[in-house]
Design a protein around this ligand. Structure first.
Ligand code: NIG
Ligand code: FE
Length: 419
C-alpha cells in the first residue's frame, strides 16, 4: 500500500440506494494510483506508507466536471451589460459578438498565456472538489489555434493536481474567414483539424454546437462520421436554444453525451435511453441566459437516462467555476434531488466522459480519485454554497490538502516508520 485513509466515512455512489448511504468509518488502502482495499479493519502501517486520519470526515468519489470551456482569453462582461439592457444572446452572436469575440482574443493569446489565464478558473473547480475536468477547444477555429487550445488544456495538469480530458469543439461557430460558407468550414474540420488532433492524440472526443446559430444536422453528422473514422468519441451541444434533433442524432452515433437539452422532447429522450447516452444538464447556462424552458427531467427519469451536471464554465453563457454551486442549481432550478446531483458529478459524469469503468465510484480497482469533505452528509454538497468544505483531494493516489478549516493535513498526516 502507498497511502492509507483511516477513519473515513464513504459514499460509494454505486448504483442503488446503498450507493448514497454514508458508511461506518472504514480504512481505504491505495496502491499504484488505484483503490486497492476498503476494510472495516485497520491495516498494518509499515515504513514508507503515508497514513491520513480522516477523523470521520466524508469521502466521495472525486468530483468530475464533464463539460467546460475553461481555456480562453478575453472577457465578455460588456456583453452581460448588453444583455441586461435587453439584447439577447443570439442577437449578440449575430452581430459578431458572442463566441466570435472570444475567438479573436484567444487567437491573439499564446499557449502559455492561455494556461495562465485558465489557472484561476481551474482553481475554482479544484476548490469545489473537482479531481477530473473536461476541457473543450472551440475558440480557435483554425487548425493551429485549436491545437494551441487543446495543448494548453493538457498543460494545466503540469500545474495542478488534476486529471484533464480534452474535447475538440472546432464546430463551435463559423469563423469569420468562412462567413456564409459553413459547409466549407465543415470540410476543413474534417479534412484537416480532426485528422491532426487524432494523430497528435490531443483530444479523446469531438463535440459540435448543433443549433440555429451553430451547425445544422447534416453538418453535425459529417463531423460525427469523420470523428468516428478517426476513432474519436462524439458528443453534442444539442437542443440548447431550439429543438433541431441534434440529441437524437448524437444518440444515433452512440454519443457519450448530449449537453444542455432544455428543448429536448420525448423522442429525443427515448433515443438517449436506447443508446445509453448521458444527458448533461448545465444549470449555470440556464440561469445565466435566464432560460425558461426546463430540461425534460421527469422524462429522463422515466426512461432512466443518466443525468450528469457540469459547470459549462465559459465567458458567454456560464462564467462559473464552482461545481457544487451547479449541484445546488440543478436541485433548485431543475428539481433534482441532492442524490441525483451527486450522481451527476460522479458516476454519471464519468460515463459522460467514457470513464465509467475507472472513475466516479468508490470500489476497489477504480482510480484513487477521491474528495474528502468537512461535512457529515452528502446532501450538504447541494445545500450550502460558498463555504470551503474540501479537506483534501486525492488524484491518482496523491493527496493534497484542501481549503476547509481546519485543513486535514495539519491535523493528521503521519508517515509509517515501522513502529
Ligand atoms: O455551452 N452553446 C455554445 N457554447 C457555449 C457558449 C460559448 C460562449 O458563449 O462563449 C455553451 O453555452
Ligand atoms: Fe458548452
Amino acid at each position: 500500500m502507498d497511502l492509507i485513509l483511516s477513519h473515513a466515512k464513504i459514499v460509494t455512489m454505486q448504483p442503488g440506494d446503498a450507493g448514497y448511504q454514508v458508511s461506518e468509518p472504514v480504512y481505504i488502502g491505495i496502491k499504484d494510483g488505484k483503490i486497492d482495499t476498503i476494510s472495516d479493519q485497520p491495516f498494518a502501517i509499515t515504513a514508507g506508507i503515508q497514513e491520513i486520519n480522516c477523523a470521520e470526515m466524508l469521502i466521495t468519489p472525486g468530483l468530475i466536471d464533464c463539460h467546460t470551456h475553461l481555456i480562453y482569453a478575453g472577457n465578455r462582461s460588456h456583453e452581460f451589460e448588453m444583455r441586461q439592457k435587453g439584447a439577447s444572446y443570439q442577437e449578440i452572436a449575430q452581430q459578431g459578438g458572442g463566441i466570435l469575440s472570444t475567438v479573436t482574443s484567444t487567437r491573439h493569446a499564446s499557449e502559455e498565456e492561455l494556461v495562465v489565464l485558465a489557472l484561476p478558473r481551474l482553481d475554482g473547480l479544484i476548490q469545489s472538489g473537482v479531481t477530473t475536468a473536461e476541457i473543450k477547444s472551440g475558440y480557435g477555429l483554425t487548425l493551429s489555434d485549436e491545437l494551441k487550445m487543446l495543448s494548453a488544456a493538457k498543460k494545466l495538469a503540469d500545474h495542478r493536481q488534476i486529471n484533464i480530458e480534452t474535447t475538440l469543439l472546432a464546430a463551435h461557430a463559423i469563423p469569420p474567414e468562412y462567413k456564409n460558407k459553413a459547409d466549407a468550414y465543415i470540410d476543413y474540420i474534417c479534412d484537416e483539424i480532426i485528422p491532426a488532433v487524432a494523430e497528435q492524440q490531443l483530444a479523446s472526443a469531438v463535440d459540435v454546437f448543433c443549433e440555429s446559430i451553430g451547425f445544422n444536422l447534416n453538418q453535425t453528422e459529417k463531423v460525427y462520421q469523420c470523428a468516428q473514422r478517426h476513432h474519436l468519441a462524439v458528443k453534442g451541444h444539442t437542443e440548447q436554444l431550439s429543438n433541431l434533433g441534434g440529441t437524437a442524432l448524437t444518440a444515433q452515433y452512440q454519443g457519450l453525451s448530449a449537453d444542455h437539452i432544455e428543448y429536448l422532447d420525448k423522442t429525443g429522450v427515448q433515443a438517449l435511453s436506447e443508446s445509453g447516452t448521458v444527458a448533461t444538464l448545465l444549470p449555470g447556462a440556464f440561469y445565466f441566459l435566464k432560460e425558461t424552458q426546463q430540461p425534460p427531467v421527469e422524462l429522463l427519469r422515466k426512461y432512466q437516462v443518466p443525468m450528469a451536471i457540469a459547470t459549462d464554465c465559459n465567458p458567454g453563457t456560464s462564467p462559473f467555476s464552482d461545481l457544487t454551486l451547479m449541484m445546488n442549481m440543478a436541485c433548485t432550478q431543475f428539481g433534482l434531488t441532492p442524490e441525483e446531483a451527486l450522481r451527476g458529478v460522479t458516476c454519471h459524469a464519468a460515463k459522460a466522459l467514457g470513464l465509467q469503468d475507472t472513475k466516479g465510484r468508490i470500489i476497489s480497482g477504480m482510480d484513487a480519485d477521491l474528495t474528502l469533505w468537512n461535512i457529515s452528509h452528502p446532501a450538504n454538497l447541494s445545500y450550502e454554497t460558498g463555504i470551503p468544505r474540501v479537506a483534501g483531494r486525492i488524484v491518482s493516489g496523491n493527496f493534497s490538502a484542501g481549503n476547509a478549516s481546519p485543513s486535514l493535513s495539519s491535523i493528521s498526516t503521519t508517515s509509517g516508520d515501522g513502529k
